[in-house]
Design a protein around this ligand. Structure first.
Ligand code: PGA
Length: 226
């Protein structure tokens, strides 16, 4: 499998014009990248515009609901994401767990719904217990469709990344549980520490927040792995 680099734009940038500019700068710089799968996860409203303008990237949602349709104000279904050409969806991000009280039970339902729709879930967890709860009842032969992003809370958006040694331990224990799980690292990734996680700690890719909003930095990261 090619290394997977996921850009989580979170609630950025502030306008569609800026989103297009960011998208275009990355698209231009990434044209000759062959050996990496790059996924951009913009805010929902931008998906409808950006989805007609890409060929090099894959697109992903930053969340989805577990129901297919109906009276769920404010929610977005996996099918809607699929319809907008998303192939991936981030689930269980710690910011959703913290600010919106998203529970493991909810994340588990979302995971099931995403798999049913053949969206590739990028399941964010801060620890092993969370991972076990989120995967409860998921058949083991679906594990090769799930991407786990290990994101220690202290490292997210803080500029204080996890040590590669500790990150490697967690990655190893996740893959001991099931070797078919793809595991990414996320939390204060930048160009300088990229190889700590890919080369030293053996992750199959990265989930990048802050640095994905800076096209030069993001492209440097991508090219250093390609
Ligand atoms: P960060 O965010 O790279 O800004 O730390 C990562 C994430 O929250 O997915």
């Amino acid at each position: 499998m090619k290394p997977l680099i996921v850009a989580n734009w979170k609630m950025n940038p502030k306008s569609l014009v800026e989103a297009k500019r960011l998208f275009d700068s990355v698209a231009k710089g990434i044209k000759n990248v062959k050996n990496i799968e790059v996924v951009i996860c913009p805010p929902f409203p931008y998906l409808t515009v950006l989805n007609s303008e890409f060929s090099t990237f894959k697109l992903g949602g930053q969340d989805c609901f577990w129901g297919e349709k109906g009276a769920f104000t404010g929610e977005v279904s996996p099918k809607m994401l699929k319809d907008l050409r998303c192939q991936y969806v981030i689930l269980g991000h710690s910011e959703r767990r913290r600010h919106l009280n998203e529970t493991d039970e909810m994340v588990n339902k979302k995971l099931n719904a995403a798999l049913k729709e053949k969206l590739k879930p990028i399941l964010c967890v801060a620890n092993f217990l969370q991972l076990k709860k989120d995967l409860k009842g998921i058949p083991a032969n679906d594990f090769n469709k799930i991407i786990v992003a290990y994101e220690p809370l202290f490292a997210i958006g803080t500029g204080k990344p996890c040590s590669p040694e500790k990150a490697k331990k967690i990655r190893t224990s996740i893959q001991k549980m099931n070797k078919n799980l793809t595991v990414l690292y996320g939390g204060s990734v930048n160009y300088e520490n990229t190889q700590d996680y890919i080369e030293k700690a053996g992750f199959q890719g990265l989930l990048i927040g802050g640095a994905s909003l800076n096209p030069q930095e993001f492209l440097k990261i991508v090219k250093s792995i390609d």
